[in-house]
Design a protein around this ligand. Structure first.
Ligand code: HEC
Length: 103
């Protein structure tokens, strides 16, 4: 079971190394609107969030930001909110969306 889960994660990370499809970015944006906007500003100039939650654009601009790192963070709960932990495919889409904000 554990190995299967690892394999699924490895496969989806491998998929991430190819150019993120526009569809994945769009899917990630829809997921962000659903799960992340109550705390994060998810688009340039849009929405309001908690002041201490970094904007998604700020995350994208960080030195060393990568879709793989973002995806693995997004698969863990943070701020004690269960719905901040997304399954791998969704986390990959969210990470692709965040990285698409990188200037
Ligand atoms: C309950 C409020 C809340 C929700 C909902 C939330 N976040 Fe966060 N998030 C925060 C706060 C506050 C921080 C900064 C503190 C920290 O890193 O834990 C943060 C930090 C982050 C970080 C940066 C972690 C780092 O490396 O410093 C990422 C990436 C992130 N959130 C992604 C998401 C995604 C994707 C969603 C939606 C699935 C989401 N968050 C939903 C409040 C939230």
């Amino acid at each position: 079971m554990q190995n299967l889960a690892r394999l699924a994660i490895a496969l989806s990370l491998a998929a991430l190394t190819t150019a993120p499809a526009a569809a994945q970015v769009a899917g990630g944006k829809a997921l962000a609107e659903q799960y992340c906007t109550r705390c994060h500003v998810i688009a340039q100039g849009g929405g309001t969030g908690w002041t201490d939650a970094p904007t998604f654009q700020a995350l994208a601009k960080r030195d060393g930001a990568s879709a793989a790192k973002l995806s693995s963070f997004i698969q863990q709960p943070h701020m004690h909110m269960l719905d901040t932990a997304r399954p791998p495919a969704e986390a990959n889409a969210l990470a692709a969306y965040i990285m698409s904000l990188r200037p």
